[in-house]
Design a protein around this ligand. Structure first.
Ligand SMILES: C[S@@+](CC[C@H](N)C(=O)[O-])C[C@H]1O[C@@H](n2cnc3c(N)ncnc32)[C@H](O)[C@@H]1O
Length: 442
C-alpha cells in the first residue's frame, strides 16, 4: 500500500488501493465496507509499526511519550514515557508509567522491548510523540478515533560535537569542576564522559542552575546560612546539583532539603548524601503541603512537581516570604477541568474547539495566573523557557524574586481580576492561599 501526504502532512492517501480516497483510521466504526476496513486495519498496523520501529532504532531513538486519553476511554496512566538507558553497559529501554502523582519505571533489554511497546500501543492514549535523532513522529487520535500521523525532521539539528563542546563551556557544572559529584550521582562515566542516557538530565539541571544563578540572589548569603528546599525532588539530580553548586562551587553555607512522597527514593538519597559526607543535604518523605521546615527556606525550587504540587510549592514560598521561588511546572489538569465546565469566552471558541489548543491554553493560563499571583504577592516574576522544546514540552520556568510587600500594585490586581472574569475560573493557587490573598482582590 502506498501512502502519500496530501496538502497537510496529517492526511494520507491510499492511492494504490482506492484512488484519491483520503482515509483515517477509525477502529470503532462498524459501517465501512470490507475493503475499507482492511485498509483501515493496515493503517493501524502502519502507525504501530512506525512507532515500534522508531523506538527500537538503536542509536537513533531519543524519547517517546504517550499521553492524553481517547474520547470515551479510561486509562490507568496519565502518560507513559519510554527512553533508552544503559545498564551495566547494555542498552535497555526504560518504561515510566505516570499516574499523576508518582511513576513506576521498568527496564527491559532492547531486544525484549517490542512486546512492552505493543502493550503501550494497545492502551487508548490520544497522543504519541516519538523523538529520534533523524526526525519526530507524532500520532494524534481525534475525538472520532481517527489516527492523524505527522512525520517531521527535527526542528533543530542533531547535536554536533562542536556545538556540544561550546555548550559545555556555558555549563555551571562540568566534568572539569564537578567530576566527583557527577560521578557520584551517575551522570559521568569513570573515564570522565557524560553518559549517553544522562545527557538530557545533565543539560536540564545545568539550565536550571543557570537560571537560578542569573537572579544574582546568592551574593547576599555570603557569610550566613542559606536554606533551600526542592519540592517533588524525585530522583534528586537537581537537589544534589543545587547543593553541590551552592556549597562547593559558590562556597556558601548551604542547607538543602529534598521533599518527595516516595519513601524508597528518599532512603536512597539519604544514603548517597551520607556516603558523600554531605551532611547539610537532607531529605524528607511526605506531601509538599504537609512540609513544615525547622528553618524557613530562603529559596524554594520545584522541577516538574506534578499538577497542583507546583501550586503547593508556590504557596509555601509565598507564605514563608522566601527570597527566591523557582518552579518549572509539570502537566496541568486542574484549571482545564474548570474551563471545561464554563462556557468558552465567545472570542476564544474557535481556539478552544481544538483539543490540543484547549489543553495548551489551560497550561498557559495556569502559569499566567501563577505568575500574576506571585506579582501581586510582591514577587518580581518572569516566565522563561528553560530547556529547548525538543527536550520536553514542559520547558517553562516561573522565576520569582521577592522585591516588595504584597498587594501594593493596583495594576497587577486589576489585570488579575480581569483575566479571571474573562475566563470565569478560580486558579488553584488562589484557592489554597485563601484570605491571605483574597484580601487584595476586594
Ligand atoms: C515528574 S517528577 C520530577 C522529579 C524531579 N524534580 C525531577 O525533575 O527529576 C515529580 C515528583 O514529584 C513528586 N510529587 C508529586 N506530587 C507530590 C506531592 N504532592 N508531594 C510530594 N511529592 C510529590 C513525585 O513523587 C515525583 O517524584
Amino acid at each position: 500500500m502506498d501512502i502519500h501526504h496530501r496538502d497537510s502532512p496529517l492526511f494520507f492517501s491510499v492511492n494504490s488501493v482506492v484512488k484519491d480516497f483520503f482515509i483515517f483510521y477509525d477502529g470503532h466504526s462498524q459501517k465501512e465496507p470490507k475493503l475499507f476496513r482492511l485498509i483501515i486495519k493496515n493503517m493501524e498496523i502502519d502507525y504501530h509499526d512506525k512507532v515500534r520501529a522508531r523506538i527500537l532504532s538503536n542509536g537513533d531513538f531519543v524519547r517517546a511519550q504517550f499521553s492524553g486519553t481517547q474520547k470515551g476511554a479510561e486509562l490507568k496512566w496519565v502518560k507513559v514515557i519510554i527512553r533508552p538507558i544503559e545498564l551495566k553497559g547494555i542498552l535497555h529501554l526504560q518504561f515510566s508509567y505516570f499516574d499523576g502523582l508518582k511513576d513506576i519505571s521498568k527496564n527491559y533489554p532492547l531486544e525484549k522491548s517490542a512486546a512492552q511497546i505493543d502493550k503501550v500501543l494497545s492502551m487508548p492514549f490520544r497522543n504519541i510523540f516519538v523523538e529520534t535523532m533523524s526526525g519526530n513522529l507524532q500520532v494524534n487520535i481525534s475525538k472520532k478515533g481517527k489516527a492523524l500521523v505527522n512525520e517531521r525532521k527535527p526542528e533543530t539539528l542533531p547535536v554536533h560535537p562542536d556545538l556540544a563542546h561550546n555548550r559545555e563551556k556555558n555549563r555551571l557544572l562540568s566534568a572539569e569542576n564537578a567530576q566527583p559529584f557527577l560521578e557520584a550521582v551517575g551522570i559521568l562515566t569513570k573515564d570522565g564522559r557524560i553518559k549517553a542516557d544522562m545527557q538530557r538530565k545533565y543539560k536540564q539541571i545545568n539550565e536550571f542552575l543557570r537560571l537560578l544563578d542569573e537572579t544574582n540572589s546568592f551574593d547576599d548569603f555570603k557569610g550566613k546560612p542559606l536554606h533551600v528546599v526542592d519540592f517533588g525532588c524525585g530522583s534528586a539530580y537537581l537537589t544534589f546539583a543545587v547543593y553541590y553548586y551552592l556549597h562547593d562551587i559558590l562556597d556558601l553555607d548551604a542547607h538543602v532539603i529534598g521533599v518527595d512522597l516516595k519513601e524508597e527514593l528518599i532512603e536512597r538519597h539519604r544514603k548517597k548524601a551520607k556516603e558523600l559526607g554531605w551532611d547539610q543535604l537532607t531529605f524528607e518523605v511526605g506531601y509538599i503541603s504537609d512540609f513544615q521546615p525547622k528553618i524557613i527556606p530562603d529559596v524554594v525550587v520545584a522541577l516538574h512537581a506534578c499538577d497542583t504540587a507546583t501550586d503547593d510549592a508556590l504557596l509555601h514560598g509565598i507564605r514563608w516570604d522566601s527570597k527566591l521561588i523557582v518552579c518549572a511546572p509539570c502537566c496541568q489538569h486542574e484549571l482545564q477541568e474548570q474551563m471545561a465546565h464554563v462556557p468558552a469566552p465567545t472570542a476564544m471558541e474557535s481556539v478552544l474547539g481544538h483539543n490540543i489548543l484547549f489543553e495548551r491554553m489551560g497550561d498557559i493560563l495556569t502559569d499566567t495566573f501563577r505568575a500574576a499571583i506571585l506579582r501581586i504577592m510582591g514577587y518580581r516574576t518572569d516566565i522563561t523557557q528553560f530547556v529547548p522544546i525538543e527536550h520536553t514540552g514542559k520547558n517553562l520556568m516561573i522565576r520569582s524574586l521577592k522585591t516588595s510587600p504584597a498587594g501594593k500594585n493596583e495594576q497587577h490586581i486589576e489585570e488579575y481580576k480581569n483575566l479571571k472574569k474573562f475566563w470565569q475560573v478560580t486558579p488553584y493557587l488562589e484557592k489554597i492561599l485563601g484570605e491571605e490573598y483574597a484580601q487584595y482582590l476586594k
